[in-house]
Ligand binder design. Structure first.
Ligand code: ADP
Ligand code: MG
Length: 338
């Protein structure tokens, strides 16, 4: 019979990294969410070879205190919550304190950061979870983080990565989504030196939609909204002209978090049922704001799914709001036989 071992910290981090950091896209998502939580106004993302060779993210947020930068890479190190109850009134995207520790354990990571009000910043380099150096630097307020050779020490994981064009497409999707829900932040994405996304951060939703999806989409969407005692929903649905054979032009944001929800997708699609050609999926952008005590965001390590305390309530609110907007906009057109 084998005896029981206690795993060392590096092994634990490497295993935990498998949950949060599945692929280059997850690195970009986690790091951009950190920049958003740091109240950045400009976030630039540079990737090479679909992020497998290098991912660099630069922000002008509040930066990290020089005495905290090393600690930020420890597992469960977070400035965003203090105790478990805080999760139920959370207003940041992060709170698990896992991303930096995970990323740095499976890559060669260099972070530079300067906190607002300090006249020097810090640069730290971590390779495969081991610090190689830390030093003082001159730097603008904000943070830059460079993640090189992701999974260089986890060959098994490398094998599961898709082609670099597929990884780039996933990254472009997540940058788009975060841009759509943060219209006050200017986002930039460059892949192998080529500009892919550029938004202006002027707070205008239609400008962002145009920058991401193009003019045709802006010309074919309708606004909808609806309210109840625990939630508000609003957004845009697209007409038949921009419906697609796949669901990849659908986005759901709950309390500014981009999530997947079969419940909400079904509510929107049901509202569309009699109006769309079968086998086509409607374009929609849906923003749901719910009092935090009616949702649980901690059901999945990547926080890509959430739980509602009252599914039926949310379904009805979404269905009714979308249905109303569609019927009003289509009244009198050839879609409805009244
Ligand atoms: P979490 O986001 O769940 O707190 P992370 O591992 O992603 O955990 O980050 C750890 C901590 O490092 C954060 O709580 C934050 O204090 C700090 N941090 C990370 N990235 C940035 C950034 N871009 N700007 C400012 N602080 C950051
Ligand atoms: Mg984080």
């Amino acid at each position: 019979m084998k005896r029981i071992n206690l795993l060392d910290e590096q092994t634990c981090n490497k295993i935990a990294a498998g949950e949060v950091i599945e692929r280059p896209f997850s690195v970009v998502k986690e790091l951009m969410e950190n920049s958003i939580d740091a109240e950045a106004k400009n976030i630039s993302v540079y990737i090479e070879e679909g992020g497998q060779k290098s991912i660099k993210i630069l922000d002008d947020g509040i930066g990290i205190h020089p005495d905290d930068i090393e600690r930020a890479f420890l597992p469960h190190a977070t400035s965003k919550i203090k105790e478990a109850e805080d999760i139920f009134k959370i207003n940041t995207l992060g709170f698990r304190g896992e991303a930096l520790a995970s990323i740095a354990s499976v890559s060669q990571t260099i972070m530079k950061s300067k906190r607002e009000g300090f006249d020097y910043g810090k640069e730290i380099c971590i390779e495969g979870g081991i610090k190689t150096y830390i030093k003082d630097i001159g730097f603008n307020t904000g943070t830059s983080i460079e993640v090189n050779n992701l999974f260089y020490n986890v060959p098994a994981r490398q094998k599961f990565l898709k082609s670099s064009s597929r990884e780039s497409a996933l990254i472009s999707d997540i940058v788009s989504r975060l841009a759509l829900v943060n219209t006050n932040i200017a986002f930039k994405l460059e892949s192998n030196g080529r500009k892919i996304i550029n938004t202006f951060g002027n707070g205008n939703m239609k400008d962002v939609i145009r920058a991401i999806f193009g003019k045709e989409v802006v010309d074919n969407i309708w606004y909808f909204e609806g309210h109840s005692d625990i939630a508000s929903v609003y957004g845009y649905v697209g007409n038949e002209a921009i419906s697609r054979k796949s669901r990849n032009k659908q986005s759901i944001f709950v309390n500014k978090r981009y999530i997947k929800s079969s419940l909400i997708t079904a509510a929107v699609e049901n509202a569309f049922k009699s109006f769309l050609t079968v086998n086509k999926f409607p374009f929609f952008l849906l923003f749901l704001d719910v009092y935090p005590e009616f949702i649980d965001v901690n059901v999945h390590p990547t926080k890509s799914e959430i739980k509602f305390s009252d599914d039926r309530h949310i379904f009805k609110l979404v269905f009714n709001s979308v249905h109303k907007a569609i019927s009003e906009n289509l009244r009198g057109t050839f879609f409805i036989n009244e």
